[in-house]
Design a binder for this molecule. Structure first.
Ligand code: ASP
Length: 301
């Protein structure tokens, strides 16, 4: 069989009592999603299809900040962002300020496949979802107790995201990212997750999905930088991810996590904070499911 590989993240940042209390549930959610996505690839699915389906599973899981369980803005409302990119031809679709749509990643896919645009926001995104008869939910569906508590706690800076990268049996890669953004953000704030090159990027070098402080992921153009470092500097995938996050000449003032795959089915995780919820099945079939930092993962430059 040709090499296939898939990796996901479910957000990066500080540890919290909620994460510790729900540790087993998070591991189970990550494992379910990665095994489902991997099976699709084994069955011959394209990287884009596997990424979309895997992100959907994470969006439906209320433990993660995307779809059901999304963060609440300062008005107590959910506004979601998502992006998907096909590395085989660098086509992409993304959406922001999405309400009611059960699976924003599928709406991003519609933008990619069914419009001549890359990004659709707000009321236009909702209209497109209705035009394509995507599943819509009452706004209460998205709101979970954890996010209500985070919004009440003024000191809380809740955030998180889900993402997936995959290499299919044809050698093509894709990336997808979906988020509820940051707790207590200004209404209308749009983060990195739906910005191609920042929180999501795929080409023939690699596919990457990011999580963390969206504003610094945008200004450091994180996902695209990984691909450029590989292409122009000849770095390995892991070196490119680590350098992007830990470049001493241009320190990043925030939490950032990246998950990437390359055309050889190698997978890299890199993050500069307490934890990144993550899972992968690489070209050798090895399953990894983890949350906290481990010595082997972060190599400071
Ligand atoms: N990057 C996301 C955003 O800024 C949040 C996160 O991944 O934690 O919207």
């Amino acid at each position: 069989m040709n090499k296939i590989a898939i990796a996901i993240h479910g957000g990066a940042g500080e540890n919290s009592e909620f994460i510790e209390a729900n540790y087993a549930g998070y591991l189970e959610g990550l494992r379910n999603a990665i095994e489902h996505g991997h099976q699709l690839l084994v069955d011959g699915a394209s990287a884009v299809d596997a990424v979309e389906a895997t992100v959907q599973i994470l969006e439906d899981n209320p433990l993660f900040n995307a779809g059901r369980g999304a963060a609440l803005n300062s008005d107590g409302e959910v506004e979601m962002d998502a992006a998907i990119m096909d590395g085989s031809n660098r086509s992409a679709g993304s959406v922001s300020m999405v309400t009611q749509v059960k699976n924003p990643i599928t709406l991003a896919r519609k933008v990619m496949d069914n419009t001549k645009h890359v990004h659709i926001a707000g009321y236009g995104a909702l209209r497109l979802a209705k035009d394509h008869e995507l599943e819509l939910m009452h706004k209460d569906y998205f709101i979970v107790e954890r996010q209500l508590n985070d919004l009440k706690d003024e000191k809380s800076y809740g955030h998180g995201t889900v993402g997936c990268v995959a290499l299919d049996s044809q050698g093509n890669m894709a990336a997808g990212t979906s988020t509820g953004g940051i707790t207590n953000s200004l209404p209308g704030r749009v983060g990195d997750s739906c910005m191609i090159g920042a929180g999501c990027y795929a080409d023939s070098n690699c596919a990457s999905s990011c999580t963390g402080d969206g504003e610094v992921i945008i200004t450091n153009v994180i996902a695209h930088k990984v691909a450029l470092l590989m292409e122009l500097k000849g770095m390995t995938l892991q070196e490119a991810c680590d350098y992007t996050i830990n470049n001493p000449n241009q320190p990043i003032a925030g939490d950032v996590g990246i998950v990437s795959v390359n055309q050889y089915g190698e997978i890299a995780f890199s993050f500069n904070c307490d934890r990144m919820h993550r899972a992968s099945i690489d070209r050798t079939g090895e399953l990894v499911v983890d949350i906290y930092q481990s010595d082997s993962l972060l190599k400071p430059f």
